[in-house]
Write a protein that binds this ligand. Structure first.
Ligand code: C2E
Ligand code: CA
Ligand code: CA
Length: 926
């Protein structure tokens, strides 16, 4: 009632003042806006003006109280539209829009309010204004981050997932559909998965323990298992996940990724399998063949029949002896390739000896099937190319046994098949035979057990081959029956001839030489001093590989003719193997001897010029003088050969004598060889560590393992004294693996005892690179000690890379795939090839210490070293300089940007315990 009595002007003034009092204390803008074209502001509080940066007066004069002037023009239609919608209702309106401040900058506003009807025609809006620019910014960033994340999730090959633990619900990112073809959200995850064949059956255990680990609240989990792919095949994946906990420390979520590691895994398994294959033929080796067959047979019942074949090449020795081992090897690998053809993938084919193969034929239904297969094998061998020279044609004999009739495991079947093989050979080779003695066939096999009569029809004429050989070697042995098989005694005679003559050159071979030389030396040494010369060609392999075996053979024949022609009475010559020749000649003083050698060389050069397009092949010889003899021919040959091996650079000298120095060395070597095995067993070899220091920080960042030999008498022998010998006699393989194991053990201990962990480099001798079991063995050790492979660096000396480059690169790539690092050791000490660096994927280049003589590095070396460092940088290879002893060297190397050094300046190699004392404690930041 009061309201009506009062003067309306007063009434509104009072109300206004009241509103002003209230709203000016609110930290937001409040305004009433008339609903007209310009949206005139009839009232606004201080907060409103503050929002826009105006004063009352400025707003009135500049903006003329028009709200439309301060709304960002793009957002104005939206505002007007909204207002027209709500002007007739009492609904609350809420709009976000942009507006201009006094300085023309744009900011975000949240506008909230109602429409108030003043009378029939006049409407006003009462609005609250809030600056939401900050919130908008955060929202925007969040949106960008989300899009970003989504893009990443879509682009990366990994599937991301979120496993909601309490709901047992799995949510995958969209990649999941691409890979598995399944829906990305899986409720009742565990149950659903277990009910399906989604996880490979052998891996279910892994899956269950993974879930178990997540539920038990393990922070980080990881597992490799196989899942069914879209194509229906199983693929390898790696699951990695982190668990998230609620405030009660209960696991609520597991977030992680699924990586497709199928390719890597399969590569790894192939790698493993490959180490079990026979390196030459890529067939299973003996051990694997046996275990595959035995494993298979344990799953078989006696109603099924399987055949076991053993195949032996009849005259392989003659191929090897006459055409060389390299050629022999190529024959074997060709056979291996062809032999697989007639068989099914599931049959087992192996090489169990030099020229022995086995084939395990699964599920044979009748004997004809075996005949057919055996006949094809015989044909494969007969059709194998063994050079133009028809005398070395090969064939094979096959012995066959049957499961279950003749045995139910590899050994029994092998024994019976071997016996059948022996019978086949007796029947004249190039044929096959099934084990028969005392055997009752089961019914299906009975029909056809007249095996021998069949065999004779596929018997090729061995006697012809032998006859050819005999004619070649110009020896007179008469046959008792020309067209039939030879008698046993004939056979012996024939073999004696074959085995004493080298058919290629007509020279005697080593065993014949032994007999004749013994005779000669025992009788003639009173009259004459003799010299035994062991010669071979420098790089004969090059001729064979590049010009072909025919040229190689021709060269050998010409050379041997030349040698024979230069022999005098009571002098001998033989060819023990491929390009090796042994000559036994009279020795009448050094001058005369040298003259003979020189004249011989001249003739040989002439022949090469005339007949071989100026080949420039040189002959390297080792010479042992014989003044007394006690039937020790082989030790004389060894001495000559030893002298030969001392010649490395054929440009300097083409022959070397076995002298006192060599004698001392050889005696020493013999002594070392007699001690080495027990020394290894007794742990006399000690592993030292020499720190590697980063030049920039002067911090120790790794170490190299170097071996020493501590004899029981406490003398410490340096590796230079025994490593070269061990590399020659192969013992280095055992020693190196001993070193590797000591290092792995040490690293394992560092990890377990929470010590400082340093990557360690180990030396890899050349012998390993050609040894196919190296990777397998190394990997076994790594697995045994669970060492991350990136902690191990393998040092290869540059000369490893020379011969057999392809093989080396191959091995390195495989090892790199397994995670090892690589360095090239002693770079610059020999025939360095900078090309090497671009072809081999190495991580570190170790500059040989010969670059850094202790007194002064000269200008030339400085230029070379800094260029190598630059080039390595371009190739992303780190450079480590070895043998660094002085401050001057450090300064120079720091200057040119060399990364690492190793040398006495910082530390000498030291026992592991000492290394640990200095560098092992974590806080010690050395
Ligand atoms: P390397 O691999 O080149 O090893 C570096 C050699 O340089 C080590 O000789 C080390 O003691 C020496 N050295 C380090 N700093 C300096 C320095 O400042 N000045 C000088 N003058 N020499 C320094 P070490 O230990 O006598 O080994 C000699 C070689 O024996 C090694 O040369 C390596 O080729 C071989 N070797 C050593 N241990 C093993 C092993 O376990 N397996 C194999 N396969 N070879 C090994
Ligand atoms: Ca080394
Ligand atoms: Ca070195």
């Amino acid at each position: 009632m009061d309201k009506i009595k009062e003067n309306p002007v007063d009434f509104f003034r009072k109300k206004f003042l009241k509103l002003q009092r209230i709203t000016n204390n609110i930290d937001a803008g409040i305004a009433t806006i008339s609903y007209n074209k310009l949206l005139t502001i009839s009232y606004a509080n201080d907060g409103f003006f503050k929002l826009f940066g105006f004063s009352h007066e400025e707003f009135a004069s500049k903006i003329k109280n028009k709200f439309t002037s301060i709304v960002f023009k793009d957002d104005l239609p939206l505002l007007l539209n909204k207002l027209s919608q709500i002007q007739s209702t009492s609904e609350e309106i809420k709009i976000e829009l942009r507006a201009y401040k006094k300085d023309n900058s744009i900011f975000w506003l949240l506008i909230k309010g109602h429409c108030i009807k003043l009378n029939e025609t006049e409407k006003q809006f009462l609005f609250v204004f809030v600056d939401i620019t900050e919130t908008k910014k955060v929202q925007q960033e969040l949106k960008i981050a989300k899009t970003h994340y989504k893009i990443i999730a879509e682009q990366c090959d990994n599937i991301l997932f979120e496993y909601l633990i309490p709901n047992d619900t799995m949510i995958y990112s969209s990649k999941y559909i691409n890979i598995t073809g399944n829906k990305p959200v899986i409720r009742k995850f565990k149950e659903t998965i277990l009910k399906s064949d989604y996880i490979y059956k052998d891996d279910i255990k892994i899956f269950l323990s993974l879930i178990e680990e997540i539920l038990s609240g393990k922070n980080f989990v990881s597992a490799d298992l196989r899942i069914k792919s879209k194509a229906g095949t199983y693929i390898w994946i790696k699951i990695q996940a982190t668990t998230i906990f609620d405030f009660n420390n209960k696991p609520v979520k597991s977030i992680g990724k699924v990586l497709n590691i199928d390719k890597e895994k399969k590569e790894y398994f192939n790698l493993k399998l490959e180490t079990q294959l026979d390196p030459l033929t890529k067939l299973y080796n003996k051990t694997v063949s046996k275990s595959l067959i035995d494993d298979y047979l344990t799953t078989q019942d006696i109603k099924t029949t399987h055949a076991f074949m053993i195949i032996d090449i009849d005259n392989f020795k003659s191929v090897n002896d006459n055409l060389g081992h390299i050629f022999g090897d190529s024959v074997l690998s060709k056979i291996a390739l062809n032999i697989k053809k007639p068989f099914n993938n599931y049959d087992i084919i192996g090489r169990i000896g030099g020229d022995e193969f086995i084939i395990f034929l699964k599920n044979v239904s009748c004997l004809d099937y075996i005949y057919e297969k055996a006949t094809s094998i015989c044909n494969i061998f007969k059709n194998t190319y063994t050079g133009e020279n028809k005398t070395h044609k090969i064939s094979c004999s096959i012995g066959i046994s049957l499961y279950p009739n003749h045995g139910n495991n590899y050994d029994e079947l092998l024994k019976k098949a071997d016996y059948a093989l022996y019978k086949a050979k007796q029947h004249g080779k190039d044929c096959f035979e099934i084990y028969t003695e005392g055997i009752i066939y089961n019914d299906q096999f009975k029909k056809d057990n007249l095996v021998n009569s069949n065999i004779s029809t596929i018997n090729s004429s061995l006697d012809n081959t032998l006859k050819d050989n005999l004619i070649d070697s110009k020896l007179d042995i008469s046959f008792t029956s020309k067209d039939k098989l030879l008698s046993v005694s004939d056979m012996q005679n024939v073999f004696e001839v074959i085995t004493s003559i080298d058919p290629l050159t007509g020279l005697m071979n080593l065993s014949k030489f032994e007999v004749v030389a013994n005779n000669l030396l025992n009788n003639n040494l009173q009259k004459n001093k003799y010299a035994l010369i062991y010669s071979d060609f420098n790089k004969f392999k090059y001729i064979n590989d590049n010009l072909g075996y025919a040229i190689g053979n021709e060269l050998l024949i010409k050379f041997s003719n030349l040698l024979s022609d230069s022999l005098e009475k009571d002098e001998l010559l033989c060819r023990p193997s491929s390009d090796n020749f042994i000559t036994l000649i009279k020795y009448n003083g050094i001058k005369n001897f040298k003259n003979r050698l020189a004249s011989f060389n001249e003739k040989f050069i002439k022949i090469q010029k005339q007949d071989f397009n100026n080949l420039k092949l040189s002959v390297i010889s080792g010479i042992c003088l014989i003044s007394s003899y006690n039937n020790n021919l082989y030790s004389i040959i060894d001495k000559a050969n030893m002298a030969r091996k001392t010649i490395k650079d054929s440009h300097k000298s083409q022959y070397a004598f076995y002298d006192k120095k060599l004698h001392i060395q050889s005696t020493k070597e013999k002594k070392i060889e007699s001690l080495m095995v027990t020394a290894l067993e007794n742990k006399e070899f000690l592993v030292y560590l020499q720190p590697k220091v980063e030049l920039l920080t002067k911090k120790t960042v790794g170490a190299e393992a170097l071996v020493r030999w501590l004899r029981p008498n406490k003398t410490l022998i340096a590796p230079g004294e025994f490593i070269p010998l061990f590399e020659k006699n192969g013992f280095i393989i055992e020693l190196d693996f001993y070193v590797y194991e000591e290092i792995f053990k040490t690293i394992r201990r560092w990890i377990d005892e929470d010590k400082n962990i340093f990557p360690i480099s180990v030396n890899v001798s050349r012998a390993h690179i050609n040894d196919n079991s190296f990777i397998y063995r190394l990997n076994k050790l790594i697995e045994k000690y669970k060492i991350p492979t990136n902690l191990i660096e393998l040092e290869l000396t540059e000369n490893i890379c020379f011969n057999n480059m392809d093989n080396v690169i191959n091995q390195i790539i495989k090892l790199k795939l397994l995670g090892f690092s690589f360095s090239i050791d002693d770079f610059g000490s020999g025939y360095s090839s900078l090309n090497l660096l671009k072809d081999i994927p190495i991580d570190v280049l170790k500059l040989d210490k010969s670059f850094f003589p202790s007194n002064n590095i000269n200008k030339k070396e400085k230029i070379i070293v800094s260029n190598i460092v630059n080039m390595a940088k371009d190739l992303d290879i780190l450079v480590l300089s070895e043998g660094i002893e002085t401050q001057e060297q450090i300064d120079f190397l720091t200057n040119i940007g060399c990364n690492l050094v190793q040398g006495y300046y910082f530390a000498k190699p030291m026992p592991i315990e000492e290394f640990e004392k200095i560098y092992g404690i974590k806080s010690n930041d050395s």
